[in-house]
Design a protein around this ligand. Structure first.
Ligand code: ZN
Length: 136
């Protein structure tokens, strides 16, 4: 049985108290992980020699920002993978309307935080011999 469903299969309305508790827990965990990531990043920058002695502040800022962009790309990838996993595995061909199977495909995109590879569902219509991307 799926979480949030009762025995009759209807969706239960999640209590706001439970959701805010969960949010608070997740926020605290995320803050902890970010602090740890910052700690490891500082240690790494010393170990690999990219930060030595008393560097110009722009060097510190540049490396910190690169890590932020890396995290952003990671989140974008996860969000798109979850979205692809939650979508229906068939869609109508936009040209002829035939039901077609969808498969997960990787696509390179230029995000505001750099080039990244996202997973999305793509269909191929054997009748029209064309590939298409279904509406999310
Ligand atoms: Zn078609």
């Amino acid at each position: 049985m799926m979480e949030g469903m009762d025995a009759t299969g209807t969706e239960k309305i999640a209590s706001p108290a439970t959701d805010s508790q969960r949010s608070e827990k997740l926020k605290a965990r995320l803050e902890q992980l970010l602090r740890e990531a910052a700690e490891v990043e500082v240690e790494l920058s010393r170990a690999d020699g990219s930060i030595q002695g008393v560097p110009h502040y722009s060097v510190i800022e540049g490396r910190a920002h690169a890590l932020g962009k890396q995290l952003s790309r990671e989140v974008q990838q996860r969000q798109m993978s979850e979205l692809a996993a939650s979508q229906s595995l068939t869609a109508k061909c936009p040209a002829c309307g035939a039901r077609c199977r969808l498969e997960s495909a990787a696509r390179e995109v230029n995000s505001v935080d750099g080039r990244t590879e996202l997973q999305e569902l793509a269909g191929y219509c054997p009748r029209c011999r064309r590939a298409f991307f279904p509406d999310a």
